[in-house]
Design a protein around this ligand. Structure first.
Ligand SMILES: *Cc1c(COP(=O)(O)O)cnc(C)c1O
Length: 478
């Protein structure tokens, strides 16, 4: 036997059909099951095997998947999952993943149709936010990587080619983001060799938006001190509360000051698909670069982040190399330059574009925009319910799809109590919200990202929470 393909394909075909049926059944019936359940120790231990020496039947491995992995997945496809910012995925996205794996395309470069599809998807992304058709970009793992790429492109654009040879040391480069910026911005400064101290965190106003006057003052101070401001990361949809910075004002300031205007729109950029919400993101179309995720609010299966860069040459300048074994030719399979590997750090890359293309194609911008509106309506329903409940209080405004609130009585230490109640909710399998800190107070945070979440689901979460709070209040030792 030489290759790994079977001699008789019938068993594999039958197994494939079974897997497909099971996974579609699961999507259809998941709402009847707990959102999340803890993985028992035996199940955990049963996965810790040593490297298999002998072959085994894939049907047996599939049994393990069904018995030991599926029941203990995180639950983010479930309608009552509201934690962090997780997409719910779709059946169509799942099928696209299978097709992509079947083709096993490598989108690092070369001349093939999958690369053309990625270029199409990047064009759609630019169109979605109103950036020019000439916008360059890449599908990447997520917004963490997309923000990192933006920073590296901006760094190269600010300093010139020398920075790629000599590094960033001693150049006094500094950048800015709101105090509510996602942690991956600071990490990008760290990984880019600039150091997190080179990122100035600008105070936010009472609506948790970066204060443009404070930004201007910080830039002026740094210039005064002989430093070199080069980069501003505005946020469109902050991870804590969904706040959207004043993108038009910050963009205008950046242009006037010669600073790179980056927008982290990880989930918020999708609000551009809603005619009612789009005006709140006015100015996003002026970004020099935009990071966002298709795997969050656009419901494409993980992973599918996106970086858009207005000036494609600037993006290539930051990453392209000339290497003998990657020579670009005028014809043949090695044609079709520039290649995606010229635009980011990855050489081998999967066919993420297919699941994005199939998801956007299936639902269209209109239907996805309605879904975004629906999620915000569900969030407003939850906020209104919180305000009606005597035991609950809202801790932040609800500009988009995130609701931060807490139980206001039942313990001296409310931070502790609310943290415990969230864990209780998880373990009861009722709902999975997460927590954050708002103004120094522990908040229960429900992000309505999953397209399956309805008003009934958020009400079930609140009912469960109040029941668990009551049980704790009347339980032993309280
Ligand atoms: C989720 C998120 C990120 C990080 O994106 P990943 O896709 O998880 O890497 C960055 N910024 C914001 C505002 C986010 O919500």
């Amino acid at each position: 036997m030489s290759g790994l393909d079977p001699e008789d394909w019938r068993d594999l075909r039958a197994l494939g059909h079974r897997m497909l049926d099971d996974m579609i059944d699961r999507l259809q019936t998941q709402a009847e099951r707990p959102v999340w359940q803890p993985m028992p120790g035996e199940a955990r231990a049963s996965l810790r095997t040593s490297l298999p020496d002998q072959p085994s039947d894939p049907a047996r491995l599939y049994d393990t998947f069904r018995s030991t992995i599926v029941p203990y997945a995180l639950g983010n496809t479930h309608p009552r999952f509201m934690g962090w910012v997780h997409g719910g995925g779709t059946g169509v996205g799942m099928l696209a993943e299978m097709l992509a794996a079947g083709l096993n395309a490598n989108l690092g470069g070369r001349d093939h149709a999958p690369i053309e599809l990625e270029r199409t998807v990047i064009g759609w992304a630019a169109e979605m936010v109103g950036m020019p058709a000439s916008t360059s970009g890449l599908l990447v793992t997520g917004s963490s990587m997309a923000n990192m790429i933006a920073l590296l492109v901006a760094r190269r654009a600010a300093v010139g080619p020398d920075v790629r040879r000599a590094g960033v040391g001693g150049r006094g480069l500094v950048g800015y983001a709101g105090a509510n910026a996602h942690g991956c911005i600071a990490r990008a400064f760290d990984m880019a060799g600039l150091g997190t101290e080179a990122l100035r965190l600008i105070p936010v106003d009472e609506a948790f938006r970066m204060d443009p006057a404070a930004l201007a003052a910080a830039v002026a101070r740094d210039r005064e001190a002989g430093l070199r401001p080069f980069f501003v990361a505005a946020t469109a949809g902050s991870v804590d509360t969904g706040a959207v910075d004043d993108l038009a004002a910050i963009g205008a300031f950046c242009r006037q000051q010669g600073l790179w205007f980056h927008v982290d729109g990880a989930f918020g950029a999708l609000a551009c698909l809603s005619p009612t919400l789009k005006p709140r993101l006015a100015g996003i179309e002026g970004a020099d670069s935009l990071a966002f995720d298709f795997h969050k609010w656009a419901q494409v299966p993980y992973d599918a982040g996106c970086i858009l860069v207005r000036d494609g040459q600037a993006q290539a300048d930051a990453f392209a190399q000339t290497l003998a074994y990657l020579a670009r030719e005028d014809r043949g399979a090695a044609g079709n330059a520039p290649w995606p590997c010229d635009l980011g750090p990855d050489l081998s890359r999967g066919f993420r574009a297919l699941k994005v293309w199939m998801t956007l194609g299936t639902y269209g911008a209109g239907r996805l925009g309605q879904m975004v509106d629906r999620a915000c309506a569900v969030a407003r329903h939850l906020a209104a319910r919180v305000e009606r409940e005597a035991r609950l209080e809202l801790l932040a405004p609800v500009p988009l799809n995130i609701v931060c609130f807490r139980v206001r009585d039942g313990a001296d230490d409310l931070d502790w109590l609310n943290g415990e109640l969230v864990k209780d909710l998880h373990e009861a399998g009722i709902a999975v919200p997460s927590t954050t800190t708002i103004g120094g107070r522990r908040a229960i945070r429900a992000a309505i990202v999953n397209h399956r979440t309805t008003e009934e689901d958020v009400d079930a979460m609140v009912d469960g929470l109040l029941m668990l709070a009551e049980r704790r209040a009347s339980g032993p030792g309280q």
